[in-house]
Write a new protein. Structure first.
Length: 439
């Protein structure tokens, strides 16, 4: 078995507050001895194992092993994105999605185009689209004489981090990025068995006129169920093949959409129709003209809440949306990865981190080009924790070990459960962990 590379960076809450012995006592000596023993595990690549453990408040190093070795952080990269977002945008930042028109409505009619302008919201759901449509209806709008125009100019046109492989998968974690991204630019496919020899029932969530379903599957005793998707003109076709056993629990699959802009446009047009707003024109894709008037603006949850979901569930899509939003807000639209990652680097430099050799290749940690050190991670955590305006939200965004998010089952039945807030990372032959733990 090929050995794993390990990058571990933890900060300890002051021992005097949580243990019977002071910081310099045998409590930390026992910890160091256990750490040394753990690092002898045969699955670890000794030459590519990095550890930094620092006591909060004093910034005293409790234990270190190759702490300045540049390694791949995997999803621990997300805490750099989190820290930079809090620093540059602030915990109370809101992503804004706007509905605009060429002119104000007259007697329920918008004479020109209706625009839906994205602001990078990583949690723009179909329900929110309905709320925007309902708000326009409450304003008295019944008809739009022109087109529904989708404006994604807040971001550049790159749909992934430049460092990612050109070949993309249909998996939800590999969803395309967009300034107007509905439902994480992904669709849930639910397959329910029926009777032997009969096609299963297939449901799509969210349902959208953009989506077509080709159900070729059967309910049968044996077989494998496959779900694929393909671009089909102005629509996307989801194809279900294979079989599902009678009486089996529903099979759930997640696929990303091939054309996020059209998915958003078709979905919003359908929501408008649901509330009684008719768009007489077609669906367009362009930048909103300078003279357009805002009819309604939807504000997302505050950034602090979004970062909590980003970290606790290690959501790659949300991390990359945040990177591009930082760029658009701080350096001007359209936001790009290049500008956003420079802002991450600026944040780390501003807190006094040594960035020699460091590479920030994306915001989520999927890129194999990222390189950071355990020392930089502990520096990040200790520095941001000292900021009363940022520290509590940063720490709270991390998952409670053994209780929440992606680590809800990790060490859940041991005495250390609920004693640490952490972010994990995993790629092929890479395992990482960072966070804060009580001593």
């Amino acid at each position: 078995m090929r050995p794993f590379a390990l990058l571990l960076a933890l900060t300890l809450l002051p021992a005097a507050a949580f243990a019977a012995e002071p910081a310099q006592g045998k409590g930390y000596a026992a910890f160091a001895a256990k750490a040394v023993a753990a690092l002898k595990t045969s699955c670890l690549d000794k030459a590519r194992t990095s550890v930094s453990v620092v006591e909060l408040d004093t910034n005293r190093t409790v234990f270190a092993r190759n702490p300045d070795l540049l390694l791949l952080p995997a999803s621990v990269q997300k805490i750099f994105t989190t820290g930079a977002a809090l620093y540059h945008l602030g915990p109370d930042y809101h992503f804004v999605t706007r509905a605009l028109a060429d002119t104000l409505p007259v007697k329920g009619v918008v004479a020109g185009n209706l625009y839906l302008k994205g602001g990078g919201d990583p949690k723009l759901t179909p329900e929110i689209l309905w709320r925007i449509a309902a708000a326009l209806k409450r304003r008295g709008i019944d008809r739009v004489k022109g087109d529904l125009v989708i404006d994604t100019s807040f971001f550049d046109q790159a749909t992934s981090a430049p460092s990612w492989a050109e070949r993309r998968s249909g998996r939800s974690y590999d969803a395309k990025l967009s300034a107007l991204a509905v439902n994480f630019n992904s669709v849930t496919v639910e397959v329910y068995p029926t009777s032997p020899g009969v096609p299963p029932v297939v449901g799509l969530d969210p349902a959208s006129p953009y989506l077509r379903l080709d159900n070729r599957a059967l309910t049968g005793r044996r077989g494998q169920l496959n779900v694929g998707r393909s671009a089909n003109g102005d629509h996307m076709t989801i194809t279900v093949t294979g079989s599902i056993r009678p009486g089996a629990v529903p099979i759930i699959r997640y696929v990303n959409v091939t054309n996020p802009d059209r998915f958003a446009g078709e979905s919003f047009r359908a929501k408008l129709a649901e509330v009684g707003v008719v768009v007489e024109g077609g669906l367009g894709f362009a930048k909103t003209p300078p003279g357009a008037v805002t009819l309604f603006a939807h504000e997302s949850e505050p950034l602090r809440a979004i970062l909590t979901q980003l970290n606790r569930y290690s959501n790659n899509f949300m991390a990359e949306q945040v990177i591009k939003t930082m760029a658009a807000e701080k350096t001007g639209a359209p936001g790009s990865h290049a500008a956003g990652l420079l802002l991450v680097r600026q944040f780390m430099a501003d807190i006094g981190a040594d960035l020699s050799g460091t590479v920030f290749a994306d915001g989520s940690g999927l890129a194999y080009g990222n390189r950071v050190t355990a020392t930089q991670i502990t520096r990040l955590i200790t520095a941001i924790r000292e900021r009363f305006d940022l520290g509590p939200d940063f720490i709270a965004s991390l998952a409670l070990l053994g209780a929440e998010g992606s680590v809800r089952k990790r060490l859940a039945e041991t005495p250390v459960a609920r004693s640490a807030r952490v972010k994990t990372g995993t790629l092929n032959f890479v395992s990482t962990l960072a966070g804060v733990v009580s001593a």
